[in-house]
Ligand binder design. Structure first.
Ligand SMILES: [Zn+2]
Length: 164
């Protein structure tokens, strides 16, 4: 964000700024020109939006169990409750789970191939994180009565999603 502020500060440097820091424009044309110029200089990400890349699950098979060692990081990136993600994966993979006390690793019963885990995590992200209207990940999952609603903080869309 500070990068953007710097860009704006440069654009509004004196003599455009008066003593109170208010932008002084001599004409509407000048103002519009300045706006177009500012838009050009802004990082593209602000205008086009960025594709959301959650971390890939790091899978380690130990004995008869499958560990997702970066599960906490995944939960933090997706901003979703770990238990909710774990329940979803456990149901889709058809195996019980536990979450370790301290490191919050996800432990699934059985030896599960990593290539089975990734698409299911992606399916969770597509259904419970990404807004289907504007495709942004800035959403909140809300329990309303007996249903689950994905509320988008970017465009305001409210989308009912299947219960987990
Ligand atoms: Zn949206």
């Amino acid at each position: 964000m500070s990068k953007i502020l710097n860009i704006l500060r440069n654009l509004f440097r004196p003599p455009l700024l008066d003593a109170k820091g208010i932008v002084q424009m001599s004409s509407k044309e000048e103002y519009l020109k300045m706006l177009a110029h500012a838009r050009e200089k802004l990082p593209k990400i602000l205008i086009t939006g960025e594709r959301f890349h959650p971390p890939d699950p790091e899978v380690v098979i130990e004995g008869g169990q499958t560990h997702i060692v970066n599960f906490r990081e995944i939960g933090e990136t997706l901003r979703r409750d770990l238990k909710l993600i774990a329940t979803f994966l456990s149901k889709k993979l058809g195996t019980p789970y536990m979450i370790t006390e301290k490191e919050k690793k996800l432990v699934l019963t059985g030896r599960i191939r990593p290539e089975l885990i990734k698409p299911r995590l992606e399916s969770f992200v597509n259904t419970y994180v990404i807004c289907p209207v504007c495709h942004r990940p800035d959403t909140t999952l809300i329990k309303y009565k007996r249903s689950l609603i994905l509320k988008c903080n970017a465009c305001g869309a409210e989308t009912p999603v299947p219960k987990i």
